[in-house]
Ligand binder design. Structure first.
Ligand code: ATP
Ligand code: MG
Length: 642
């Protein structure tokens, strides 16, 4: 056990340890953990929920579709889903609205959802090239490795736009819609200050993406930076889990047990079939991602404990759309498709809408072909581009299962459609198989399939085959709204989830006394006659470590100089459970802990800033206090400005 003294060294900066020379630049933060301990904050755990808000509004910002739902805190049992909006697609039922956004040529917000799509569609092709139309853009936050506040998106016409602006426009739109609906209900203007906002994000999202959503909410005026608690970031499968545990039997389909609901009355909830300690998996199958959580229920309150860190991947239903696009490229040529998308963007949107309804008709027992309407402008543009007909291309391509129908349609055999689903479904099944092999994931009573993609009979069958009766597969009615409703419940009581698992190992670099034999010689640094080991990874929390809500990690840091205004400490992360040095393979710098110590100057020779960090919530939080004066110090962790 190291004593506090042994860890103390002034004038050191975390980065100085990566390049082992004592840093001397301005604003050097002295970083020195004094007392590494985990503290369980009991008072917080048992605090009853208070409601400073009148209403909780949850926004499900989906890759393909979005929506909101709300409940008044006085009437928590009654969840209202958003008013139906005009618009809709033939053959496609949607409880949410498409996540599509349109900006005018001067880059001002024009419209969202069906309205955006319909307006864009009706524009003249030469005019539409000037407008900025965006869809499926949420995935960018998951796939961009170095996500920053300046990350760009590309509109359909190829023009760049700031992702932050787009997300902020969309959130501002939802704010306006929701407040309008609430005002109409109340018969008077509804005050945004009375709203607790909840935004759902995939559980597998990294911290930068979550912070990005928060920044976009500030920009949208949903909440202000001075009142961050007015916004809660909820995790999609967690929200679904909160809702699912309350499901009643008439609100769901039991895949293994379709005909009889023996032993349960229709008004009983799943919880009635669940007893203390029961374990279940929730799989949120969305457009962009498939996200899984493993929960254990604690009766009688129904509190939840996470048994294994959230997992999943980019295996959402749009993978099938991309396979379809690949198939089109094979038949008509990549050069043509690329050109067509830029030159006739609205027709491309049309084609994908036509595909969507056929995609939803795919089923394991289907034997008749699926026809996809090719827009006239596709047929026409192809002829101009290649000098021969679409029909000719199909004949020549030998794409066995895709034929040309005389009514101007692509005729796909069920096998061809199933082939488009295969890579995506295979990913999901492989992931589920691996998850169910883990020791933490045994004795799973229920598997809930939620999210729009859960409606796919092909996916349902694949999951059933994989599970082989190991657990009951439950599909709630209104799969698309499960997350929204759960997110409202979460906003009403964020303490439902008592224990989570850390998705990553987090820590900082520190200096330790050099120990011969234990520390590698190349890490040795001699300062004023004392030998130190640099780059030592001080672990805050490890991958998959369980952490209770309200539990804190405590460290003390001290400014290098009495006049120092701010302490900046680099935070590192790794997928590995155990990390020794910040230079280990797989360890990367992921954020900065910032302690604003301005105005806390004291005559004390050494100032100690005690920092508390919470890892048990959906976001990582930091709080700090100047020990000598007991004054609170502004603390924040930034994952976006690397
Ligand atoms: N029967 C079906 N077969 C295949 N895919 C389907 C079916 N029904 C809906 N989908 C797909 O589900 C997706 C919509 O689901 P959902 O609304 O849950 O996703 P999202 O919330 O927009 O995405 P994410 O949660 O990944 O951000 C769409 O991609 C849609 O094509
Ligand atoms: Mg979703």
């Amino acid at each position: 056990m190291m004593t506090e003294k042994e860890l103390v060294i002034d004038d050191m900066i975390t980065d100085a340890m990566a390049t082992p020379s004592p840093a001397k630049s301005m604003g050097d933060p002295g970083i020195t953990p004094l007392s590494p301990t985990h503290v369980l904050n009991d008072s917080e755990e048992n605090e009853p929920t208070r409601h400073p808000y009148v209403v909780v509004v949850a926004i499900d910002f989906g890759t393909t579709s979005s929506g909101y739902a709300y409940a008044f805190t006085k009437e928590p049992e009654c969840i209202h889903t958003m008013r139906r909006w005009e618009g809709g697609d033939p053959g496609v039922s949607n409880q949410k609205t498409p996540t599509t956004i349109l900006l005018s040529p001067d880059r001002k917000f024009h419209s969202f959802g069906y309205a955006a799509r319909d307006f864009y569609h009706d524009l003249d092709p030469t005019e539409s090239k000037q407008w900025l139309y965006l869809e499926k853009f949420k995935m960018k936050l998951h796939t961009t490795a170095n996500l920053s506040i300046d990350t760009d998106l590309h509109a359909a016409n190829g023009k760049k736009v700031k992702a932050l602006d787009i997300f902020a426009y969309a959130l501002a739109f939802f704010k306006e819609q929701a407040l309008k609906e609430l005002s109409d209900q109340a018969g008077a203007d509804f005050d945004n200050a009375d709203v607790r906002w909840v935004i759902t994000v995939p559980a597998i999202w990294k911290m930068p993406a979550k912070q990005f959503m928060r920044e976009a909410s500030y920009k949208a005026g949903l909440v202000s930076r001075d009142n961050p608690d007015q916004l809660i970031i909820a995790l999609e499968p967690e929200a679904a889990s909160i809702y699912c545990r309350k499901l009643r039997l008439h609100q769901m389909v039991d895949l293994g047990n379709k005909t009889s609901l023996n032993g349960y009355s229709p008004t009983e909830n799943v919880g009635a079939g669940m007893t203390q300690g029961d374990r279940y998996v929730v799989v949120d199958c969305g457009g962009g991602t498939v996200d899984l959580t493993v929960h254990q229920i604690r009766m009688p309150e129904g509190h939840l404990k996470e048994l294994y860190k959230a997992s999943g991947g980019p295996y959402g239903s749009i993978g099938i759309d991309y396979e379809f696009e690949k198939l089109l490229c094979k038949i008509f040529g990549q050069d043509f498709i690329d050109q067509f998308k830029v030159k006739r963007p609205a027709a491309w949107v049309d084609l994908m809408i036509a595909f969507e309804s056929r995609k939803r008709a795919a089923a394991p027992d289907r034997s008749n072909p699926l026809n996809i309407n090719l827009p006239f402008s596709f047929i026409d543009y192809y002829k101009k581009f290649r000098g021969h007909s679409v029909e000719h291309a199909l004949k020549k391509s030998n794409a066995e299962f895709v034929k040309w129908s005389s009514q101007g349609m692509l005729r796909m055999s069920p096998d061809a459609m199933n082939a488009l689903f295969k890579p995506t479904i295979d990913h999901i099944i492989q992931h589920l198989t691996e998850l169910f092999e883990r020791p933490e994931v045994t004795n799973i009573k229920f598997l809930f399939l939620v999210g729009g993609f859960a409606e796919s009979p092909l996916l349902q069958q694949a999951v059933q085959n994989m599970l082989q009766g190991r657990s009951r597969i439950i599909i709630p009615h209104d799969v698309g709204l499960t997350i929204l409703k759960g997110a409202v419940l979460f906003g009403l009581d964020p303490s439902i989830i008592k224990v989570r698992r850390s998705p990553l190992t987090y820590g900082v670099g520190v200096l330790n006394r050099f120990i011969e034999g234990k520390h590698p010689p190349e890490k040795m640094l001699v300062k004023e006659g004392t030998r130190w080991c640099t780059d030592v990874f001080d672990t805050f929390i490890s991958t998959d470590q369980s952490v209770a809500l309200g539990e804190t990690v405590k460290r003390s840091y001290t400014p290098a100089k009495p006049s120092q205004q701010v302490i900046v400490i680099h935070v590192y992360c790794s997928e590995k459970e155990s990390v020794s040095f910040i230079t280990d393979p797989g360890v990367r710098k992921c954020g900065t802990l910032k302690l604003d110590v301005s105005g806390t100057e004291s005559p004390a020779a050494r100032r100690e800033i005690q920092t508390l960090m919470q890892f048990g919530d959906t976001e990582i939080r930091a709080m700090a206090v100047d020990v000598a004066t007991s004054r609170s110090v502004k603390a924040s962790i930034d994952f976006l400005s690397q």
